[in-house]
Design a protein around this ligand. Structure first.
Ligand code: MOS
Length: 748
């Protein structure tokens, strides 16, 4: 593929839809309306396990405005109940089917949908619907069930989530014989729930028998479309899913959630348009980052060379699906170690299946690894950064293959320089400001760079403008802006000449937005489609004026001022209008699917890297921890838009601070339920918690990952922050806390 002239890429553009979002003009899934719109409110189970005995719907149906109450007893017998459809991102197992039968599998399971003429009527009726249950014994505490731990099952979605590599060398012997050892078996983080600003919502427009237009809060319009068509036995072309704006998702929208099922079911049965919006508390009734217990053992020679690594993670899953993430694989990609043992196990309990949450696995697994390296550095009396440089991986030892590119060393050096890392006095409790102890900590970050197949379409419109389309969503990452930049460069036109349309399942296929692969995946398809359109336009120009354009090639033409011309002889030109006339069509279109070559990609480990440096202040009497400064240096290939890119990293860093110090869903295991399903008690950082955050993008050239050379930024920002903070807390206080979140009482 020809190298494209990058003029718009590299510009720090603000989000093109920013004004629409901050003025409230952008419409979200739960804001679409129809004249006859009905409102559904979900009722959730109040026991964690057992059976529904009776649902007292009769009295409630008499309440004003109530149209219908759907339960397992009167739900339509749909195609879906004959087979278990798994969506594009479903873990192996049996996907949860709302209203399938009387069985209760977890606390908060949706058990009824009350549909009314108004939201208030539906919500009130749902709040007074009485249900009798037969309770059964349950357990929600996986740390009490470690005897049940077992290897995860594999499935389609887990193709992207490799199992831990086989053991290498002789870990036990190497560990025992090494002079310096670090060992801990109590690294733990609790359950975390998704709290995007926009809660999950679906508005289904009933467009006639079997025909639906659905506004869904989702990361994948096509994934939701396939789900609805398969579950309800509808024709694929009759189901259109639209999601132009998504108010944050970060994994919660990778899979269709139950509000989609409920809204579609009600619309099909009642032949009316139906909106179902979940409450903040209901956001805690599907999926979460699984609590995970980890053990780590690392040993080294006196010079700091790491000789042995054992990393084991045991995570919670549900009884019906094996949710899997990549937790323990990172250590031997980051560090060359000859003797490794990497284990990953699951324990099923009576909860809903866990769900991807920003950097699933990576943000979990780097925590013990990078804290253990810090401990090792102290044992060795070595600087923690020097220890990482000593064990710098020139290739991926776990797969025995080169990196497609890796500028991590530059991240370490530029990050340390700008942060002032070496001003640190190594002794714990040796730095202070007044009554506050000051600590510096650092950690390494890594996240894989994937590219998936995707299709895009590029069009010269009858107005002489360009339009590029993909079904991809923009979950707030800046996809619209970045794709517009990529399209403009691929066409060789200005930003004003091209419009990017997206967020509609009718448009060319794109996978769910996630895994930090959207720029790479959809961007590559956009480049391919734009180049295909340039070729097509040139062909038409040759038809229109053969002699002038005969010898021209696609890379030698310009599309400026409404004309296709020769780059070197701009006066040799044909107008867009003439091209349209000659083509005999109202518009000239080209579409292209980009399929990454697995044989090429297989030869390389492709990953973004980062180095995070953190300063904390800890109040000596109160134990209160404040992240006063944090810097992340990132190597992620080409940065298409430095502004939206920085925003991704800063967002990840804020979430990293949250993971380290704030957020956790608390379960009362006697009741089997989450106790803090609200933003008052589920703590996330507020502005007062966030201080000086800095981002460096180091230069990194990568010709392997994709034609753009971009690696993805959605997840690399979070992964290194929790261990860097834990290490800074140790440096400040002399205390190693292996649990997240770290709370002040653990330091007293
Ligand atoms: Mo991300 S957890 O793939 O939204």
């Amino acid at each position: 593929m020809e190298t494209i002239n990058q003029k718009q890429q590299g510009k720090a553009l603000s989000r093109l839809e920013g004004a629409l979002k901050v003025t409230g003009a952008a419409q979200y899934a739960g804001e679409y309306s129809a004249p006859d719109l009905l409102y559904g409110h979900v009722v959730n189970s109040t026991i964690p396990k057992g059976k529904i005995q009776k649902i007292y719907t009769e009295e409630i149906l008499k309440l004003p405005g109530i149209i219908e109450i759907f339960t397992h007893e009167n739900r339509p017998s749909l195609a879906w109940f004959n087979f278990q459809y798994s969506d594009m991102d479903a873990p192996p197992g049996s996907p949860f089917r709302p209203l399938h039968d009387a069985e209760i599998k977890y606390y908060g399971q949706p058990v009824a949908l009350v549909v009314a003429e108004s939201f208030e009527e539906a919500r009130f009726a749902a709040s007074v619907l009485k249900i009798d249950y037969e309770k059964e014994a349950f357990t929600t505490n996986f740390t009490n069930q470690l005897d049940d731990a077992r290897a995860p099952k594999r499935g389609f979605a887990t193709l992207l989530k490799p199992l831990p590599p086989k053991p290498k060398g002789d870990f036990d012997k190497a560990f025992d014989e090494s002079p310096v050892q670090v060992s801990a078996d109590d690294y733990y983080h609790g359950t975390e729930h998704h709290n995007p600003m926009e809660m999950h919502a679906t508005t289904t427009m009933f467009e006639g028998e079997g025909k639906l237009t659905i506004y869904d809060k989702t990361q994948g319009t096509v994934n939701s479309q396939l789900y609805v068509a398969n579950v309800f036995g509808l024709s694929f072309k009759d189901v259109r899913v639209i999601a132009p704006y998504v108010g944050g998702a970060f994994g919660s929208g990778l899979q269709p959630q139950y509000q989609l099922f409920m809204s579609v079911m009600a619309a099909l049965e009642l032949k009316r348009s139906v909106r179902v919006t979940l409450t903040r508390a209901q956001m805690y009734t599907f999926g979460h980052r699984p609590p995970t217990l980890q053990q780590i053992k690392v040993a080294a020679e006196m010079d700091g060379k790491i000789t042995a690594l054992h990393h084991k993670a045991t995570a919670e899953t549900s009884r019906f699906e094996d949710y899997t993430e990549v937790v323990v694989n990172w250590g031997n990609i980051l560090y060359p170690v000859e003797n490794t043992k990497l284990d990953y196990e699951l324990v099923p309990v009576d909860v809903y299946s866990p769900l991807d949450m920003r950097a699933p696995g990576g943000s979990t697994g780097l925590h013990p690894l990078e804290c253990a390296l810090d401990e090792l550095a102290y044992e060795l009396k070595m600087d923690p950064l020097d220890l990482r440089l000593k064990n710098y991986a020139e290739q991926d030892d776990s797969e025995n293959r080169p990196f497609s590119s890796k500028e991590l060393k530059e991240c370490y050096l530029q990050g340390a320089e700008k942060f002032g890392w070496y001003n640190r006095s190594p002794q714990p409790r040796s730095m202070r400001r007044g009554n506050r102890l000051v600590g510096y900590g650092m950690a390494t970050g890594i996240w894989e760079s994937m590219t998936l197949p995707a299709k895009a379409e590029a069009t010269l419109t009858k107005e002489g403008k360009f339009r590029v389309r993909s079904a991809v969503t923009d979950i707030g990452t800046g996809t619209l802006t970045v794709m517009t930049q990529i399209a403009a460069d691929a066409l060789g036109v200005g930003l004003d000449e091209v419009e990017f349309e997206y967020g509609d399942s009718k448009m060319p296929f794109a996978p769910i937005q996630g895994g930090s692969y959207t720029v790479s995946t959809v961007g590559s398809a956009v480049v391919a489609a734009c180049q295909a359109l340039r070729k097509r336009l040139l062909k038409i120009a040759q038809k229109a004026n053969g002699s002038l354009f005969e010898t021209a090639s696609e890379s030698k033409v310009s599309l400026t001022n409404g004309h296709l011309s020769l780059s070197e002889k701009p006066d040799v030109a044909v107008s867009f209008q003439e091209l349209l006339t000659v083509s005999g069509k109202r518009m000239i279109k080209a579409s292209k699917t980009n399929i990454p070559n697995p044989l090429t990609l297989k030869k390389y480990t492709r990953a973004a890297h980062s180095a995070a440096f953190v300063e904390v202040e800890v109040d000596e009497e109160l134990g209160v921890i404040n992240v006063t400064r944090a810097l992340t240096a990132v190597a992620a290939g080409t940065i298409v838009n430095p502004k939206t890119a920085r925003s991704q990293i800063v967002g990840g860093m804020v979430w990293g601070i949250s993971k380290a110090l704030r957020e956790e869903t608390i379960t009362d295991h006697r009741l089997g339920r989450y106790m803090n399903p609200n933003l008052a008690e589920y703590h996330i950082p507020v502005h007062a918690d966030i201080h000086d955050l800095d981002v460096i993008f180091v230069e990194e050239k990568d010709d392997i990952v994709n034609p753009l050379g971009s690696k993805g930024l959605g997840e690399i920002g979070i992964v290194a922050l929790p261990p860097a903070i834990a290490n800074a807390v140790f440096h400040a206080t002399g205390k190693r806390i292996h649990q997240l979140p770290i709370h002040f009482d653990m330091l007293l």
